[in-house]
Ligand binder design. Structure first.
Ligand code: SF4
Length: 496
């Protein structure tokens, strides 16, 4: 494969293989700003408690930390029965099914520690409302049906679930059958995400994740019959043995499945950081040019199949809520990616889970031992986090406007933050002008917009405003080193 064949695949799209090569670069996915690699251990459980109290104190006001706002919950189930060699998630590979029961007890302890800080009265009767729940991992379906039921019952003891809410679960197709899917629906889940990655048998063998295409087709059908309102599938390009022919077959099969949403992630081979990846023979990986071609093929197939490009790896059918939100300019972004819900406060439960309360991010301890020790000391199990500075908050607003609306209105920012946009972002405007010459943004007197082509490289536009990343790059440049090794790789954070 070469640039010419890649160009052929993108010929009907407003992008070129040259642009893909230049701007489809490693970088943060901006599910938060600042990104999680900026969190520090100076932020601990007392800081999280303070943020929770500030949220309670502002109840009734119109501030962003108003506790009357609904909450979003994320629960991390870290266990998997089998290792996928591409995996960069925080997971524990084990055959010890009994570990799940202990973990559920720890989650209950964590909830008990949270509860006094979420309600005005310690009375159990007062339960905050939750409008979003996401079970991720690891493999949430490592838990048995009874354990999942126990977990949902536990959460319902502490929270009221809004009947209109979004309740989603990541599912490893190898761990469920029709009956289990029905059970998940009965438990209240209305959204489901299947990890597919690639249907080609040689690719599946090479990444140690064999799940025949017929099995996934049957599960998708069963999920629809069970009544899930939204079905997502995850794919990865850049895996060993992937080539244009095999990946085209996978793309055709995925389009035939017609999921409501598709997430397409790049595989970043970083065996020095992710031990599992050492089992992948690098000789079988597609080259950089081949990866661009695979991406171009995916863009072509999804576009021809009628999918809307939502932004940053995500595609949706035109009548899906995400595509509609993109059209109406109401898209939001949180740790699970794009969302249609307003930016709720987020409580992350379980090891490595991230919370966002008001202007604070916090992340739980990443190992079972450290998590258990903090809980045993009666502390919320926070390992690190961050309180956003005023500059962080301004840049957060700009970056989320880029990622979600593709448009930054200067007046709104000037009014909200009492800044002169042109003066505050003089350096960044210089960089935007370069992107304008490439056709990625359109600068106007009162705003700048991401162009239709720029949406495919929206990460590169957002990176202009990432002060932390720019500082790291400048320091690396001054030291004569390559910044690439200290920047976040393109990550697939929730591939099951
Ligand atoms: S990709 Fe998912 S199922 Fe596979 S090892 Fe990683 S977390 Fe577990």
């Amino acid at each position: 494969m070469n640039a010419a064949t890649a160009h052929a695949a993108t010929a009907h799209l407003p992008i070129t293989a040259e642009l893909l090569a230049r701007y489809n670069i490693a970088g943060p996915r901006y599910t938060s700003y600042p990104t999680a690699d900026r969190f520090t251990s100076a932020f601990g459980s007392n800081d999280l408690v303070q943020a929770l109290h500030a949220r309670l104190q502002t109840a009734g006001s119109a501030t962003s930390t108003d506790s009357s706002r609904p909450l979003s919950l994320y629960v991390h189930i870290p266990f998997c029965a089998s290792l996928c060699y591409f995996c960069a998630c925080n997971k524990i590979i084990t055959k010890h099914r009994e570990w799940a029961a202990d973990y559920l007890q720890q989650l209950q302890q964590e909830l008990l520690l949270y509860h006094p800080h979420l309600t005005h009265s310690p009375a159990q009767a007062e339960r905050p409302t939750v409008s979003q729940l996401h079970l991720g991992g690891g493999s949430p379906t490592f838990l048995s049906d009874d354990e999942l039921k126990q977990l949902m019952h536990m959460l319902q003891t502490f929270f009221i679930f809004d009947p209109q809410g979004e309740y989603s679960i990541e599912v490893d197709p190898r761990t469920v059958d029709t009956q289990r899917l029905r059970h998940l629906k009965q438990l209240g889940f209305n959204r489901i995400s299947f990890g597919i990655q690639d249907f080609d048998p040689a690719v599946q063998q090479a990444v140690h994740r064999v799940q025949p295409v017929e099995q996934v087709f049957a599960l998708m059908q069963a999920a629809r019959e069970a009544g899930f309102t939204s079905i997502n599938t995850d794919l990865i390009y850049g895996l060993p043995h992937q080539n244009a022919d095999s990946f085209t077959r996978t793309l055709q099969q995925v389009c035939a499945l017609r999921p409501d949403r598709i997430a397409l992630y790049a595989y970043a081979h970083l065996p020095e950081r992710f031990k599992a990846q050492r089992r992948i023979d690098a000789h079988h990986l597609p080259t950089g040019n081949d990866k661009i071609h695979l991406l171009a093929l995916a863009l072509q197939h999804f576009s021809e199949a009628g999918y809307v490009y939502v932004g940053m790896d995500h595609f949706a059918l035109p009548d899906d809520e995400l595509a509609q939100a993109k059209k109406q300019g109401t898209l939001q972004r949180n740790f699970q990616g794009y969302s249609t819900r307003p930016n709720c406060d987020l409580i992350g439960l379980g090891i490595s889970a991230i919370s966002r309360i008001g202007n604070c991010y916090s992340q739980n301890a990443k190992t079972l031992d450290a998590y258990g020790q903090l809980l045993a000391q009666g502390q919320l199990p926070v390992e690190r986090g961050l309180r956003l500075t005023r500059d962080d908050q301004i840049r957060h607003a700009v970056i989320m406007a880029i990622m979600c609306q593709g448009e930054v209105l200067f007046d709104a920012l000037q009014r909200d933050w009492q800044i002169d946009f042109a003066a505050y972002f003089a350096k960044e405007i210089g960089q935007l002008e370069q992107l304008q010459t490439q056709g990625l943004v359109n600068m106007q007197a009162d705003r700048f917009c991401v162009t239709p082509m720029g949406w495919y490289f929206v990460r590169a536009v957002a990176m202009v405003f990432d002060h932390h990343l720019q500082t790291t790059r400048a320091n690396a440049h001054a030291a004569g080193t390559d910044a690439a090794h200290i920047e976040q790789p393109v990550r697939f954070s929730k591939i099951l």
